[in-house]
Design a protein around this ligand. Structure first.
Ligand code: ZN
Length: 273
């Protein structure tokens, strides 16, 4: 058993499609290796505000990251800052907005696309800036970071499901097939990570509506999945975690002080909390 955490944010994945289209993830649930919860994302249901909500535990109205074009560093403590300050190693394979929130802004691809700098909050990073950057490449970037730097906290953030939703809508075969494809990629990596004792969370920032967009209060925009895997989770069906509790939960799993971030205690095994 390990305290190392892998957090996967599948951009734009609505709950319904996670439940219905992810055969591998559901097989893990049926085999009692994973538990699926339904979360409601914070508002507005937009990417950059919700990266901040997940990674700092702060809702957009408090963080001030209210839309996608707020290009500044986060002012909140994050999983990255708390982990680095505790002497742990941080890494991310993620969209460039994540680099802008926690490392340097504006994103300069020549300087930032490949980051390895212990002074940065995200010490080891592979960042991308095209929404159709292939998910399978992104997972290989993440696996490179994991094998090379052995991070305690690794964020993996692919964009192709969101991209499919913007092109064809959340009710389309194109969108659902992209979800199925990403489920297949997960099955290439998760077995090995579980074998090595990682605590793994698979969630989304927001969902996707039938108008090829998101941002509002519709159930399909707000209802998102949370799959959890690993022995530090309680795997109790009864609890209802919140999106803003993921930061505190990650800190608990890493064994570091969560600095008062909200935590859904029921999500964690009692021996851990
Ligand atoms: Zn989007």
């Amino acid at each position: 058993m390990s305290n190392k955490v892998i957090l996967i944010i599948l951009d734009g994945l609505k709950y319904e499609s996670a439940r219905d289209c992810m055969g591998y993830m559901q097989a893990l649930c049926q085999g009692q290796q994973a538990t699926l919860y339904q979360l409601e994302c914070e508002l507005p249901s937009l990417s950059r505000p919700l990266y901040e909500a997940v990674l700092t535990g702060t809702p957009p109205v408090q963080s001030g990251i209210l839309h996608n074009h707020v290009s500044r560093n986060s002012t909140q403590t994050s999983i990255f800052s708390l982990a680095r300050d505790a002497g742990l190693t941080t890494a991310a394979a993620a969209y460039h907005w994540v680099s802008e929130l926690y490392n340097r802004t504006p994103y300069n691809p020549v300087r930032d696309r490949h980051t390895s700098d212990k002074e940065q909050l995200i010490q080891h990073g592979c960042f991308y800036h095209l929404d159709h950057y292939p998910d399978d490449h992104l997972f290989l970037d993440a696996e490179y970071l994991r094998q090379t730097y052995d991070p305690d906290f690794l964020l993996i953030h692919p964009m192709n499901i969101d991209d499919a939703g913007h092109k064809a809508g959340g009710d389309s075969s194109h969108y659902r097939n992209k979800v199925r494809h990403t489920d297949g990629i997960l099955s290439d990596f998760i077995p090995q990570w579980l074998e090595q004792g990682y605590q793994i969370l698979v969630t989304a920032d927001h969902g996707m509506n039938g108008d090829n967009s998101h941002g509002g209060n519709l159930p399909e925009e707000r209802q998102i999945p949370l799959f959890v895997m690993g022995q530090h989770f309680s795997h109790q069906q009864q609890c209802q975690p919140k999106q803003t509790e993921l930061c505190g939960i990650a800190c608990e799993l890493l064994g570091i002080n969560n600095h008062g971030k909200p935590v859904s205690e029921k999500l964690l095994a009692t021996s851990k909390s």
